[in-house]
Design a protein around this ligand. Sequence first.
Ligand code: F0G
Length: 465
Amino acid sequence: MTSPFNFTPESYRIKTIEKIELKPRAYREKRIGEVGYNVFMLDIDDIFIDLLTDSGTSAMSDEQWAAMLTTKQAYAGSNSYRLLDRAVKEIFGFEHFVPTHQGRAAEHILFSTIITKEGQYVPNNTHFDTTEANVMYKKGIPMNLPVEEAYQPGKVSDFKGNMDTNKLENFINEKGPENIPVVMLTITNNTVGGQPVSMKNIRKVSEIAHDHKIPMFLDACRFAENAFFIKEREPGYRDKTIREIVKEEFSYADGCTFSGKKEALTNIGGMLCTRDKELYEKFRNLLVVIEGFPTYGGMACRELAAMAVGLHESTDYDYQKARHAQIEFLADSLDKQGVPIVKPAGGHAVYVDGKEFLPHLTPDKFPAQSLTAQLYIESGIRAVELGNSCFGKTGDDGNFIPAKLDLMRLAIPRRRYTISHLAYVADSVVELYEQRDQITGLKRVYAPKLLGHFLSRFEPIPKNI
Ligand code: F0G
């Protein structure tokens, strides 16, 4: 049978729904002005389709809800901790872990423990904003060492999330291994478009780090999406299960930071894992001070139970296949109409290239931020800027240093929207593309120093400037 649609159907059906409403255009235009053209400041009821993030926005399964209800709440010795412990051992293969309320708390504990001197370096393929901020908070220096093609949005290549291993080797030799307490590797590489890291690259980064006696940690937020790409694209992995690939990914690492809000399919939660008992004890001691007792960390026990079940669900091949099909549907719909996107599509989002979309705007006019604000006005869709507002810097001379990529991310929450929602998104972005020369840019009028993009404010630049 030939179908005009050729979809891979979602691997679930809907049991509970939440009403959404498209508010009038005039209302949206007024609201975005009130919040300083920063979509983080909008209320959820202002929004029709929310693609701000895939983090903490998953629809949970009946089995997750059931586990939440039946687990017992306890300050110490909860049964959901045992459940999660088993899942970590089975799926990740780490001996020790502490539960945290989300990924950045795991980052905070890791860097607080291992950055022992000001000015130590932390290399990564590319840091996410919270990872970078947590390194800097401990007076470390975050260093991004992605492969060159990570910065070429239109270039189609299988593993654009990789770290450049020559650069890593040179960097370690130049700075000295004693000044590098950890090498991080982020799978998938969110900042450059949710791009995957190959198994070959994970193995090589691990080898280089270990040759210099430096531990290697994964930022494993999207470990199963990364495994799906390895299965689809890397020679030798087609016949392996997602579980087997995941196990191998983690086998090269000494530990990981993990935000459960992504691939544990929960609304909150995180973990910090390690094989090293001594390090674990240090993590645990700090955990008790800032998060909570080791059998609940920063969560209610029911949330640990939901994470344990979710970890099993996200390593299911049929689920991953349907998820990637949704993202490819959106990416293809945009690409066919000429909208400049990061290619190939990422594992959790489609990223629109702000520089290419709005070539008439200079970086200080925040093209991707302007596009994000305009998309909300025109269609009620909330995307997020990952570009000059999020990653741009101010130099010592006070001048603005733009980010390497200026992207608008359309993140796809897990199991939440259907293909028809995504068709509406595609139509809305294409319509905006057709009127792109009308978009005039934004002036930033306020930005706090760390993680400024969450709270920043902008003003529209009038048409004739
Ligand atoms: N690392 C990566 C690669 C991330 O994408 C995130 C969060 C974190 C760490 C921090 O985890 O939010 O649980 O504290 N990313 C979200 C996003 C916020 O929208 O991409 P967290």
